[in-house]
Design a binder for this molecule. Structure first.
Ligand SMILES: [Zn+2]
Length: 77
């Protein structure tokens, strides 16, 4: 498959999807996506996108909870 953005070669990989909405974050691991080897753009199939949206609504129990350090680039010491 070719990247729709740059025309580079895209390859099936398992990636971590990061959902960010109103400072509410969640990660979804092992998501199959076409990843462009040139620009890194990720493309999800329509079926996977549906699943991601369902998971993002937190209808299921998460597999695990993690604490994530958050840095603000604009407020570096
Ligand atoms: Zn690309």
């Amino acid at each position: 498959m070719k990247c729709v953005f740059c025309g580079g070669k895209a390859e099936m990989q398992n990636v971590t999807f990061i959902h960010d909405e109103n400072n509410d974050y969640l990660f979804i691991e092992n998501v199959p996506a076409e990843v462009c080897l040139q620009c890194g753009e990720k493309t999800y199939s329509p079926a996977v996108t549906d699943d991601l949206l369902r998971l993002a609504k937190r209808k299921l129990q998460p597999a695990k909870m993690v604490e994530v350090p958050v840095f603000d680039y604009a407020h570096q010491a």
